[in-house]
Design a protein around this ligand. Structure first.
Ligand SMILES: C[S@@+](CC[C@H](N)C(=O)[O-])C[C@H]1O[C@@H](n2cnc3c(N)ncnc32)[C@H](O)[C@@H]1O
Length: 344
């Protein structure tokens, strides 16, 4: 059993915001990119970053204390494994996520959010997250850079399952700038993906992506709460429903259910929380409450949400990663008709 003193230290460490801010500063300043594979000198960093010597030195020593890099007596700086994850081009890069400051500054009024139910983001920034980002191009760009990298990392472990289950014409609803769509299109030459999102988000999709899949990537703009493209075999919603309360999520799912052909499926890529016990992913639930007014859900909560939307939860596939693929269909539907033989 831990002593009271150990518990005091543990909980004080959890409370400390400084490590998060140091990682944010390293990400924004691009320190890991500047250090490079062979290390660099603090002097070179000082010139590149334009920080005063004293402040740079203190930041580097703090980063060393977090196990991100090492600083030797001559001022030589080297990245440790955790530090390489702050590099822009690392396949598991956390740089975009850690640079996203608007999400962190939104935590200020969190207690008021708990008291009155308005998301902390809205209380802090004056508008709901997606509405505000629509008017703030830099914030929108940064958020979607973070989402695109996150999508590639979190959805990849589910890709084999998705390729087995997807009809030839899936819709990537609220697909952002295409992290999931690109994974699917790269993996299967026969898929034609319809990617939908708000107009300002679709505009951010780079030309290289638009031109990479002639005739196979269809871009569609609109508010998913009023328009969902009809009659596609599979509707994919990657990290979309956790943005919304049960009432709003059910409105959206009901709309999807109406668009769904008889044998079609809706596949949610989401966290599935433990029903009881100290699941650390409860912190993601707090993030959703604070940022969007949404929530993370357990399997029984996903099943209840499906039922209230006129749907049935058919399967929860837990991949090797953090997210699961949750399949919903119309009650009693035979959803095997479009499946490849191996998946029936
Ligand atoms: C958390 S992001 C997930 C993006 C993407 N599916 C992914 O996993 O990377 C939620 C997405 O829903 C989109 N969205 C929010 N409100 C929307 C609306 N009313 N109509 C269409 N898309 C919307 C956002 O623009 C954003 O791209």
């Amino acid at each position: 059993m831990k002593s009271l003193e150990q518990e005091r230290r543990r909980i004080a460490e959890l409370f400390d915001i400084a490590p998060s801010r140091v990682l944010h500063a390293l990400a924004v300043l691009g320190v890991a990119d500047l250090v490079g594979p062979d290390g660099t000198g603090a002097q070179a960093l000082e010139e590149e970053l334009g920080l005063g010597r004293e402040n740079l030195w203190r930041l580097l020593r703090a980063a060393e204390a977090l196990g991100v890099l090492t600083v030797d007596a001559e001022g030589g700086v080297r990245l440790l494994t955790a530090g390489t994850l702050l590099k822009t081009d690392h396949p598991g890069s956390l740089r975009a996520e850690f640079s996203d400051n608007a999400l962190f500054t939104a935590w200020g009024p969190f207690v008021d959010c708990l008291r009155n139910g308005t998301p902390s983001y809205e209380l802090s920034h004056g508008a709901p997250i997606f509405a505000r980002m629509d008017d703030s191009p830099e914030e929108l760009r940064q958020f979607h850079e973070h989402m695109r990298v996150r999508a590639t990392q979190l959805y990849r472990p589910l890709l084999p399952h998705l390729l087995e289950r997807c009809a030839d014409d899936p819709v990537d609803l609220g697909g952002g700038t295409g992290g999931l769509s690109v994974l699917l299109l790269d993996a299967s030459p026969t898929l034609q993906v319809t990617l939908t999102d708000l107009p300002a988000v679709i505009e951010l999709i780079p030309e290289t992506v638009r031109n990479a899949y002639p005739g196979r990537l269809v871009l569609s703009t609109g508010d998913m709460f009023t328009t969902v493209p009809a009659a596609h075999g599979t509707y994919l919603l990657g990290s979309v429903l956790h943005d919304w309360s049960d009432v709003r999520a059910s409105e959206l799912l009901t709309r999807c259910a109406r668009a769904l052909p008889e044998h079609g499926e809706i596949i949610l890529l989401e966290r599935v929380l433990d029903e009881t016990g100290p699941d650390t992913r409860r912190m993601s639930d707090m993030w959703m409450m604070a940022m969007t007014g949404g929530r993370e859900r357990s399997e029984s909560e996903w099943a209840a949400l499906a039922r209230r939307s006129g749907l049935e939860l058919r399967e929860v596939h837990h991949g090797s990663g953090e997210l699961a693929a949750i399949t919903l269909s119309l009650p009693g539907a035979d959803t095997t008709v479009h499946l490849k033989e191996s998946a029936r």
